[in-house]
Design a protein around this ligand. Sequence first.
Ligand SMILES: Cc1ncc(COP(=O)(O)O)c(C=O)c1O
Length: 448
Amino acid sequence: VNEPPSTFLAIRRIHMSLTENQSPLHLSQRAKWASEQPIGHLMASALARPELISLAAGFVDPATLPIDITRQAFEAMMSSDAEAKTALQYGSTLGDTQLRTALVESLAQADGRTCEEMSLSADQVIITAGSNQLLHLLGDVLFDPGDIVLCAAPTYVVFLGVLTSLGVRSVGIETDSAGIVPESLEETLKQLEQAGELGRVKAIYAVSYSDNPTSATLSVDRRSRLVQLAQQWSREGRIHVIEDVAYRELRYEGSDLPSMRSFDSEGHTVIVAGTFSKSYSPGIRVGWGILPPDLVVPVVNQKGNVDFGSPHFSQRLLAHVLQSGQYTEHVEQLRESYRTKMEAMVAAADRYLAPISGVRWEKPLGGLYVWLELPKFIEAGPSGKLFDLAVEQGMLYVPGEYFYPSEGEPVRKNRIRLSFGVQSNSGIDAGVAALGRAIEQAITVSEC
Ligand SMILES: Cc1ncc(COP(=O)(O)O)c(C=O)c1O
């Protein structure tokens, strides 16, 4: 009774009284399926330990965030009462018309086609709170527990988490530096058909430009082949291609490639998931989807249950930014800045990692990541020593094993994802040097 008051004790008392007086918590099946995202934990530890050089989280470069452009767009938006009132009001579930129109036009332009040629209209575009929300909505609308999604092995970990939380099986397909290998995809489809499971295959997920984590970009012939395969194998129900274009604008070498959507002339197969998080700002949290016409109403219905429209303010702000023409300039600058950082990371890898036998990587042409292969006997994840050694040396990375689908291609434990998004060139150099020391220690430990 006379205990000194403290927040901790107060919280414990509330917790005790709650757990004493209440019946046990029964979580839904989906909550049980939803395991904690390992990457979320890593991001939290990176934020909590600022002294570590983090080459882990896929955050964007703070130095290139578009402060001035955003300030000007904000001021333009707030300078008219009518505009300000619109932005501060609810919007529609589908999203801002001006933004949706700009998005279809820019997709067609990037693909060197017209909207008519691509059967594209603004009515098929939905604006979401980041493209993760779209990926989740698609999962809700298209998949039942036990359904199957075919993915690159490895691929975007958060989408794999979405699938797990829905009780959906992710099946990994062999990938190389040109993305998913079509022959392996076809082989998997054959095996699933033989096992009587073809009808459960609902989608192929492909990050077509600079995948996260490998930075592999799907080659043009594979783009058309994968769309063809999805259509050809849609015998027991439609197999969609979910084309995630998160990193399309972050390309540093070579020219842009046509989207997978451009090979789907009628637009019934490919769903495009895009975002302004990497090319502009993740804090604004605007993503978008281009949907086959018959998927629009189901996705809108589900989004109506979630939030009946993503934050209208962010959408109006981005519409201003796009209209001002400053977005294109910003992306140009961003590419320059990330190209320099990518080169700094590759140079550091050449300096500190190339001398270590069995360590390999490919120079990324875009995106934010370098994907490292280590000697086979080194485990980079929680079951090995390397992660702790790297932290002792002062750096953080993401263990590659988290990026593998739950079935199909085997999980490779000797892989690491390094991100060059956040650190300065000198931070990148110091982080890779620390990793090199940690790998050498891990090799020594395993030899003892
Ligand atoms: C491949 C890929 N898709 C989608 C996203 C999600 O981006 P957001 O939800 O911020 O739009 C990310 C973020 O890192 C990503 O790497």
